[in-house]
Design a protein around this ligand. Structure first.
Ligand code: UGA
Length: 448
């Protein structure tokens, strides 16, 4: 097949690269010059484990062509994937300007039998509006909603060893065409994995291929993200209670999560969720429900609880500082919204650093990958360190806000000797309390 992928963000570039490794000719269309040049030179413009060697391989072989031209790509394609950005509107709804603009531009050039596949996360009902747009241009194409479930940091592994592929379409031929692409990727999976130096997750069982109606597929995507966000906010509510009631939320969630009906995943309390997906998808679901006249207050509560977490942690920090925030030197380790990515969008570490600074503390921050992306969101009087050592040097309190391996494995005896104070705040609940305290540091977690 010849395929065009519109947009080379996490989703678009991962999809384009894997399909180019699966026996297809793929065009990746990117209007942003800097991003385009990165892909043309065989790299991604963001950090994602294993992706660069795969991009390099297919750019060199010519099976992936990066271009800014719809004319050079779309008319030759059997399938066009749209994975363009959907930034936030001020009211929390997703801005679909690029979704419609790219659909309009592609429609003008697509062959009549081309299938249009929506990979961007869009509110339920958007596909029908895109099809109306096609009809208003005098065109009709097979349309498939194919939501993406990959996580940043594990984008390749999540796509290669998927739990499920969902294709939602009111046209079964178009749905099968897209399912077959994923089946071709599975055939090439071991070759791809060896180039990327990845291996299958333990006990992996083949994922499911799920065909649904178009609107159901759109709703599946946001429902999955909203439910995971709900689990995290639920865990954080219990953490606040555990703090007051002298219980340990990690012990609570380990036991609660061992019930197979509940599951342990996404019950880690801490500084709350960030990134380009959960915050946006939760507010997107709320606003889309409102448009259908449905009140989805449970998600409103989840979003508010999440937004409260950096402030809650700041208050806990205040309570343990001997002389309050004024003049206190605090080290924040972690600006990426999670480990394994350079992405600092809606990052809890950045929010916490800004809150502490506004309240009078001297804050120094460090992250192994996300400094460049975080820089413009950080208040100007925050010091950016170049290494973990620089960051914690002379700090009264060190706070871990991203569970990067290099922080988890840092020699805590060394940390104790480099810091001026002895308070270790684990905002990820990622450390064993006894282990930290053995090094002479005082441990504080969230709900522990
Ligand atoms: C999320 C979903 O997990 C993916 O399935 C989905 O495809 C993606 O959004 C998307 O819509 O594109 P992602 O945002 O990359 O993926 O990251 P996650 O690993 O889900 O983590 C999101 C946030 O939740 C992070 O800030 C993480 O630290 C936080 N988190 C996660 C917790 O605070 N507690 C947990 O127990 C788990």
């Amino acid at each position: 097949m010849t395929i065009t992928v519109l947009g080379t963000g996490y989703v678009g570039l991962t999809t384009a690269t894997l399909l180019a490794h699966s026996g297809h000719k793929v065009f990746a269309v990117e209007p942003n010059k800097e991003r385009l040049h990165a892909v043309q030179s065989g790299k991604s413009f963001f950090y994602e484990e294993g992706l660069d060697p795969l991009v390099k391989h297919v750019i060199e072989s010519g099976s992936l062509v990066a271009t800014d031209s719809y004319k050079d790509s779309v008319p030759h394609s059997d399938i066009v994937f749209s994975s363009v950005g959907t930034p936030d509107n001020a009211d929390g709804s997703p801005n679909l300007e690029y979704v419609f603009a790219s659909a309009r531009a592609a429609a003008a050039l697509m062959k009549p039998d081309t299938t249009y596949v929506q990979k961007s996360t869009v509110p339920v009902g958007t596909g029908r509006k895109v099809q109306e747009l096609f009809r208003s241009l005098g065109k009709e194409f097979g349309y498939v909603s194919n939501p993406e479930f990959l996580r940043e940091g594990t984008a390749l592994a999540d796509t290669l060893w998927f739990d499920r592929v969902v294709v939602g379409s009111d046209d079964s031929d178009s749905a099968s065409k897209v399912l077959n692409l994923y089946k071709s990727m599975v055939k090439h999976r071991s070759d791809i994995a060896s180039i990327a130096n990845l291996s299958a997750p333990k006990n992996y069982q083949d994922g499911a291929y799920i065909a649904t109606s178009q609107n159901s597929a759109e709703l599946i995507k946001v429902t999955a993200n909203a439910f995971l966000a709900l689990k995290i906010s639920f865990a954080n509510s219990i953490a606040k209670l555990a703090d007051q009631a002298d219980a340990d939320v990690v012990e609570v969630m380990d036991a609660v999560g061992s019930d197979k009906r509940i599951g342990r995943a996404f019950l880690n309390a801490g500084r709350g969720y960030g990134g380009g997906c959960f915050p946006k998808d939760v507010s997107g679901l709320i606003s889309s429900a409102q448009q259908y006249g449905v009140d989805i207050g449970i998600m409103q509560e989840a979003a508010e609880l999440n937004a409260s977490m950096p402030g809650y942690i700041a208050n806990k920090i205040h309570d343990v500082l001997t002389h309050g925030f004024e003049g206190a030197k605090i080290a924040i380790l972690g600006l990426a919204f999670k480990a394994g990515t350079s992405d600092a969008r809606k990052s809890p570490g950045v929010s916490l650093a800004n809150i502490l600074t506004k309240r009078g503390a001297f804050v120094t921050v460090f992250d192994p990958k996300a400094i460049d992306e975080a820089r413009e969101d950080l208040l100007s009087n925050i010091t950016i360190a170049r290494t973990t050592e620089d960051c914690i040097k002379d700090a009264e309190l060190t706070c871990i806000t991203t569970d990067w391996k290099e922080f988890l494995e840092y020699d805590l005896l060394k940390m104790r000797s480099e810091m001026q104070g002895d308070i270790f705040f684990d905002a990820m609940n990622a450390f064993d309390k006894g282990f930290v305290e053995k090094s002479g540091l005082k441990y504080i977690g969230v709900g522990r």
